[in-house]
Design a protein around this ligand. Structure first.
Ligand SMILES: NC(=O)c1ccc[n+]([C@@H]2O[C@H](COP(=O)([O-])OP(=O)(O)OC[C@H]3O[C@@H](n4cnc5c(N)ncnc54)[C@H](OP(=O)(O)O)[C@@H]3O)[C@@H](O)[C@H]2O)c1
Length: 317
């Protein structure tokens, strides 16, 4: 099969098209013919070798962790899927090796779900990684409740686009940051309050809206944004960062429960997310579809941190 691969770490010039062999199918796996994948910031971080201490890697590596496509084979122990099913998945495995910028992938049944029936495969490919990240952070970790206020940094990105909507479905008030050009977009996602982080004082702006501090911070930005976000949270509040481990001393000082979340594959949660989408409670982010042959350019652009919503790659070698 054709795939984008890299056999050494580096900038986007290490990416190349190659013919590779699909590994044998295990009993508990399905083979998916990938129609679309999507670009996530982690793709470039892995390509550059930044995650070698955190995850096991085996070169050559096919990048990519999002997939939407059709099941073409099922292992003997698979009970939930049949050939022809249209599915989506977050395809991270124990070892970083066989990813989704490829024509096929074998995936554990437990990581896969039927795609939302109201979405095309192209839109479905934009959801798994960012959807699961937002879902696990807001609900499994921060336990966001109805009536609470959440401050979400980087609302216009892939993760932020889903996090804003999940928080609104839960009945929370959402405060979020983006540059002004993205504020209309944030409103279409349901954000109650939008703040331009490039102008003025973000902490003062949040405190004007929530004078006692917010109940939950969901940080999808890190760095200076996370430094500021600490100052917006109430004592006893919860902070989740998906970009860097939060400072434990600061958490103790401020009386805040602070956690780093690294998203886990879950077909069961993708099924819940599909139900929210099919019920029209959650919509897809803005999607820009490109060819997988433009993967290097798409990763370079994604590294600029200016993407509104998601860039989806069509598997059209
Ligand atoms: N731990 C995990 O499991 C996990 C999972 C998913 C993602 N992540 C990480 O989370 C981060 C976000 O991921 P993503 O997919 O949402 O990224 P993304 O889609 O590439 O984010 C781009 C967006 O970030 C916004 N942005 C950039 N700097 C900002 C700032 N200082 N304040 C507010 N907004 C800012 C931009 O809005 P403007 O154009 O308006 O500036 C743009 O819309 C990345 O670092 C990614 O690696 C971690």
């Amino acid at each position: 099969m054709k795939a984008i691969i890299f056999d050494k770490f580096g900038d986007s010039s290490v990416l190349k098209t190659s013919d590779i062999t699909l590994p044998d199918l295990n009993n508990d796996e399905v083979t998916v013919a990938i129609a679309f994948t999507s670009v996530n910031p982690v793709d470039a971080k892995i390509r550059a070798g930044h995650l070698v201490e955190m995850l096991s890697h085996k070169l050559p590596i096919v990048p990519g962790w999002d997939v939407a496509g059709k099941v073409t084979a099922v292992g003997s122990a698979v009970s939930s899927f049949k050939v022809g099913d249209e599915v989506y998945a977050y395809a991270r495995k124990a070892e970083v090796h066989d990813g989704t910028y490829a024509e096929f992938i074998n995936l554990s049944e437990s990581a896969v779900a039927l795609k939302p029936s109201t979405l095309k495969l192209s839109a479905a490919a934009a959801i798994p990684l960012v959807g699961l990240t937002a879902h696990q952070s807001l609900f499994n970790t921060a336990d966001l409740k109805k009536g609470e206020t959440v401050f979400i940094t980087a609302g216009a990105g892939g993760v932020g686009s889903l996090a804003i909507q999940f928080a609104k479905v839960q009945g929370a008030t959402v405060i979020t940051t983006a540059s002004s050009k993205n504020h209309d977009y944030l409103k279409t996602l349901g954000a109650d309050h939008t703040i331009d982080y490039t102008k003025g004082n973000v902490v003062e702006s949040v405190r004007k809206i929530a004078p006692q501090g917010v109940d939950v911070v969901f940080d999808a930005s890190g760095g200076d944004s996370l430094d500021e976000a600490w100052l917006t949270i109430k004592k006893g509040g919860r902070l989740v960062s998906i970009v860097q481990p939060p400072d434990e001393n600061k958490a103790r000082e401020l009386g805040v429960q602070a956690t780093f979340v690294f998203v886990e594959p879950s077909g069961a949660e993708l099924k819940e997310i599909a139900q929210l989408i099919d019920a029209k409670k959650v919509k897809t982010p803005t999607i820009n579809i490109r060819s997988v042959k433009e993967a290097a350019k798409a990763q370079d652009e994604n590294e600029q941190r200016k993407t509104q919503g998601k860039v989806v790659l069509a598997i059209d070698f």
